[in-house]
Design a protein around this ligand. Structure first.
Ligand code: 1HE
Length: 263
């Protein structure tokens, strides 16, 4: 089943994997206010609407060019208006990161500015050989407003983020993976690998994925002492869910797959 919300195309597959495509390639998938609202609507309801995993893809040669600079220029926003717009970006990206459904971003071309902020809210990032990462805000006379100071700094560290913003440094390829900007680098299509990973994740129990894709992020915001307490609480709920009994039984009676090293 395929439909759309604003600039987002949504394909819901029978196994619960949703393919969400940023579909504004003629503007390099720049995020205008309408697209941000569409993301809020989509990610707010995804778990409730039965999504088991989401591939976040983008039409065209570039994943996302960040803030719609032309819209921003023409709107001539006041400080209060841009402040409030940034809060809508945070709403969208928080719904992704904390929403409980695994989001796997398939990256190509520019993953820059707000596009990198978007990608960094995904749980897994898959890059192809064309993908490159940058924070050009510094050169544009701007500052990040979609969570980069939290998520990008968490991925690459404060010093690298400051360098990216001061000098426009671009990362790509294996170096980007080594820094944590993406977890996978593929020779072929990032979309194909992202879909494969989404299908794998969708086989986990929804409550387990909910914990993985919300509790870990929440716990990063807590003191280690409180995080450990919260972890025990989440494990109390997840690890006793009735739906897990069949999987535990399969392990106990030796029919479940064992964990083995890769060939
Ligand atoms: C855009 C945008 C955009 C392209 N807003 N319209 N982000 C940036 O500084 C990145 C700005 N974009 C670029 O550097 C390049 O466009 C790309 C490297 C992404 C792609 O280059 P290219 O040669 O394929 O395309 P292009 O010719 O530059 O652009 C094609 C069209 O997309 C053109 O529109 P047209 O109507 O003239 O055809 C561009 O205007 C349009 N386009 N990028 C609006 N970003 C919450 S704060 C977040 C802060 C930020 O994200 S700052 C933004 C950083």
């Amino acid at each position: 089943m395929q439909d759309s919300i604003g600039n987002l195309l949504i394909e819901r597959q029978p196994d619960g994997v949703w393919i969400v495509t940023l579909n504004r390639p003629e503007k390099r998938n720049a995020l205008n206010a309408e697209t941000v609202e569409a993301m809020i609507a989509l990610f707010s309801g995804a778990m409730r609407d039965g999504a088991r995993a989401i591939v976040l893809a983008a039409a065209g040669d570039h994943f996302c060019a960040g803030l719609d600079l032309v819209e921003h220029h023409r709107a001539d926003r006041s400080p209060a208006e841009f402040w409030q717009l940034c809060l809508r970006w945070h709403e969208a990206f928080n719904k992704m990161e904390y929403g409980g459904v695994p989001v796997i971003a398939a990256l190509q071309g520019a993953v820059v500015g707000g596009g990198l902020e978007l990608a960094s809210a995904a749980h897994i990032r898959v890059a192809d050989q064309s993908a490159y990462f940058a924070l050009p805000e510094g050169q544009r006379g701007l500052f990040t407003g979609g969570g980069a100071t939290i998520r990008v700094a968490a991925l690459v560290g404060k010093a690298r983020m400051v360098d990216m913003m001061l000098t426009g440094r671009v990362y790509q390829g294996q170096e980007a993976v080594d820094l944590g900007l993406a977890q996978y680098l593929v020779e072929g299509s990032s979309f194909d690998r992202a879909l494969e990973l989404a299908r794998k994740a969708a086989q986990n129990l929804p409550l387990t994925n909910f914990a993985i894709c919300s509790a870990i992020s929440h716990m990063q915001n807590m003191s280690p002492f409180d995080a450990a307490y919260a972890e025990a609480c989440v494990a109390g709920v997840v690890n006793t869910q009735p739906e897990a009994r069949a999987r535990l039984e399969a392990f106990a009676n030796k029919t479940a797959a064992r964990v083995r090293p890769n060939d």
